[in-house]
Write a protein that binds this ligand. Structure first.
Ligand code: 5RP
Length: 301
């Protein structure tokens, strides 16, 4: 017997307005559902922040220290990261498909460290990104570099392709050796990425006026870690970046080249998501012990 459609029953809540929640991320309210849903996997809806682990270095540098065996060194860390940034080769070969982490797929490449790095092209077809169920694709832009326009075109092509599939694009602002790393440069680079359609931007923290880089960029900014430094220096940089409006970190070497990568990730999570200071996080880092990984540990996780 069909249900009786009885309008007198209060389940219709006629007097309760339909819920219209604003999307939680900066500049992202007008995107389609799929794109918002992917962004909401990368950034925690509870605080709009993310701790991403970047392990894509091999795409131009080969097996750097800490990434010699991603299966042993990195896979066990996955439960501690909000999102993982890597290449499709490493994803397909090494990351278990049971992993729950959203994937930010490196989608540009070409030259090795032996050549001009700015001479990159798109290295992934958007259909393959969709097939891999990734949550975003990442493309390097070299503002001021020899091949600036080419890398910008790679960004805009990926943005067009990403919009068809609801896949966000992360614009990564690379800095050439001869370029000044200051707020003026990063305001230019980040703003260009956002104006040309990137849904979020990865850049470097600068101690002077980083807040102006964030304020003038209409999409979320996450900060890269850069070369390995002392743990406190890295944690302090993250504390300051968060205070000045960053939406999180996408850190590589300062995690996987740390003597205690798990503890370093915990410390980062506490700063980014729990509002800890760098001093608190460093105290935690110092006082925590961490056993070294064995192949059995990695297989068991
Ligand atoms: C550079 C990248 C890398 O993923 C990222 O910058 C490396 O992270 P870190 O600097 O923290 O080692 O996008 O091409």
């Amino acid at each position: 017997m069909p249900d009786i459609d009885d309008a007198s029953i209060s389940r219709f809540y006629e007097n309760v307005p339909f819920s219209r929640k604003e999307f939680f991320l900066k500049g992202s309210s007008s995107y389609d559902w799929g794109m918002k849903n992917r962004l909401a996997r990368i950034f925690r809806p509870s605080d709009g922040r993310t701790v991403m682990l970047a392990i894509d270095h091999g795409y131009f540098q080969g097996p750097v220290r800490g990434l010699e065996r991603v299966d042993l060194n990195i896979v066990p860390l996955l439960p501690q990261v909000d999102a993982l940034m890597l290449t499709r080769g490493m994803l397909r070969t090494t990351v278990p498909a049971m992993a729950q982490n959203p994937i930010v797929l490196r989608a540009s490449g070409g030259p090795s460290i032996l050549k001009d790095l700015s001479n990159e092209e798109i290295a992934v077809n958007i259909e393959d990104a969709a097939r891999l169920n990734v949550s975003a694709v990442a493309v390097q832009v070299y503002i001021g570099g020899e091949y600036e326009t080419k890398t910008i075109h790679s960004l805009t092509k990926l943005v067009d392709a990403g919009l068809k599939f609801g896949i966000p694009v992360l614009g990564v602002t690379a800095v050439g050796r001869d370029m000044t790393r200051d707020a003026k440069y990063f305001r230019l680079a980040c703003r260009m990425c956002a104006e040309l359609g990137a849904q979020f931007v990865k850049t470097y923290y600068v101690p002077q006026d980083f807040g102006t880089v964030v304020a003038s960029c209409p999409v979320p900014i996450i900060v890269a870690g850069g070369k390995k430094v002392e743990e406190f220096e890295a944690l302090k940089m993250v504390e300051q970046a968060m205070e000045e409006g960053a939406a999180g970190v996408d850190m590589g070497r300062n995690v996987f080249q740390s003597e205690k990568p798990r503890t370093m990730l915990d410390a980062l999570n506490h700063i980014v998501h729990d509002g800890w200071t760098a001093d608190q996080a460093m105290e935690f880092f110092r006082s925590s012990s961490e056993g070294s990984l064995t192949s059995t540990d990695a297989r068991d996780e």
